[in-house]
Design a protein around this ligand. Structure first.
Ligand SMILES: *[C@@H]1O[C@H](CO)[C@@H](O)[C@H](O)[C@H]1NC(C)=O
Ligand SMILES: *[C@@H]1O[C@H](CO)[C@@H](O)[C@H](O)[C@H]1NC(C)=O
Ligand SMILES: *[C@@H]1O[C@H](CO)[C@@H](O)[C@H](O)[C@H]1NC(C)=O
Length: 372
């Protein structure tokens, strides 16, 4: 692994030196872009621009990765998201800026755009307890706007080349369809509570299928879709269900596993049916489970309590904000807040998704996907 990394670093240096000799326009041609879709796990600040209860633009969120003016960026963690780190590992020159930021115009979109929104789900109705969020349908609508802007900026042929050959599309969605829809105790907060798990998961897969096909019709070809992590192990679920340190809540994990099996089939189906496309599954569930089981051997000291949050046994009720207690050693906590991993966890997870084997990312990893 270390040798491989060193070899890769040397290769990058060689390529960069070679690039220094080509013209400005050609240099642009060699860059890559990432288009990021999803929920609060990868939101880079879209919710800052929405009237919503799902916000992270207050301290101490972003304490290890503030904007240039020192304010939190709106990321739901102490530092970079997993999408940020994956972009870095793939050598992307800049983070994909949030679609709703007024600065995300002109050449700012050439490194990609982030459409992710805290509280978002596959289903439109998911997350309505937060009043507002960009659901996955709307995120694809917004990408359609960017698609048009790229044609205008680059011309049709170059825009197509950027999207089909040099861009990675990542989709991190689904947790809220369970946590902030199906599993909510209040029936009025969810239209779906009376459905069987099978019927609910079926509607998730049907909607996600059409969302992914729409992305394909807009020239997405290299697509990575994350499965749903062990949501029964987050401090919020462990706190409200009062389970022990080493336990997780059964039902949420069971639902995640059931959905993940259907997602695996969906991606295989799309790989068979959509010519030229490669859909990659990021097995976040097993990765996070391995981290939670072996956290100590990966340099963590705490895998059940939130670093920043309040309430109950695991600080798992009240989201991270100015009045929260915060742990001293952020890098030693798997969870930043009641719902989200710390930057240290994101660094651990991203490495496996970029360079890992088929247990964690399949049929190929993101390093291989980028090179296709
Ligand atoms: C937009 O860019 C301007 C000029 O660089 C900067 O001062 C401002 O903070 C940016 N705004 C946001 C919301 O990023
Ligand atoms: C989701 O909401 C958007 C905007 O309100 C709407 O255009 C779209 O048709 C809805 N999708 C579904 C599946 O209901
Ligand atoms: C993208 O937008 C165009 C123009 O509004 C519309 O005709 C087209 O159907 C949209 N495509 C998708 C996949 O949403």
């Amino acid at each position: 692994m270390a040798m491989e990394k060193a070899a890769w670093a040397i290769m990058v240096v060689v390529v960069l030196c070679a690039m220094a000799h080509v013209g400005e326009a050609d240099e642009k041609e060699l860059e890559t872009a990432s288009f990021v879709f999803g929920d609060s796990l990868v939101d880079s600040g879209n919710n800052n621009y929405l009237p919503t209860l799902s916000k992270a633009d207050m301290r101490p969120n972003g304490i290890d990765f503030a904007a240039s003016d020192g304010d939190p960026t709106g990321r739901f963690t102490n530092g970079r998201t997993i999408a940020d780190i994956i972009g870095e590992l793939l050598g992307q020159p800049d983070y994909a800026p949030p679609f709703l930021s007024p600065n995300t115009t002109g050449s700012a979109i050439l490194n990609g755009v982030n459409y992710a929104s805290g509280g978002a789900g596959i289903l439109n109705g998911t997350g309505k307890i937060f009043v507002n969020r960009l659901g996955m349908d709307i995120q694809v609508d917004y990408f359609n706007i960017t698609r048009q802007q790229l044609d205008d900026l680059l011309g049709k042929a170059k825009a197509k080349e950027l999207l089909m050959k040099r861009s990675i599309f990542s989709i991190t969605i689904g947790s809220n369809d369970f946590l902030n829809n199906y599993l909510l105790p209040v029936i009025s907060a969810t239209e779906r509570a009376r459905e069987s798990p099978d019927a609910f998961i079926d509607s998730l897969i049907t909607n996600l299928r059409s969302q992914l096909i729409r992305l394909y019709s807009l020239d997405a070809r290299k697509v990575v879709v994350a499965n749903v992590g062990p949501i029964g192990c987050i401090p919020y679920q462990k706190t409200i269900n009062k389970v022990g340190e080493d336990e997780c809540v059964g039902l949420p994990n069971q639902l995640a596993l059931q959905y993940n099996a259907r997602l695996r089939d969906l991606l295989a189906e799309l790989n068979d049916n959509l010519p030229g496309a490669k859909f990659v599954l990021a097995n976040v569930y097993d990765l996070v489970m391995d981290l939670l089981t072996n956290y100590q051997s990966h340099g963590f000291k705490q895998a059940s309590h939130a670093c920043c949050g309040n309430g109950g046994q695991y600080q798992g009720i009240i989201p991270c904000g100015p009045s929260s207690s915060m742990c001293d050693d952020r890098a030693a906590y798997v969870f930043w807040d009641p719902y989200h991993p710390s930057e240290a966890s994101n660094v651990y997870l991203a490495k496996f998704i970029v360079d890992g084997d088929t247990n964690y990312v399949s049929p190929i990893n993101l390093r291989q996907l980028m090179k296709l």
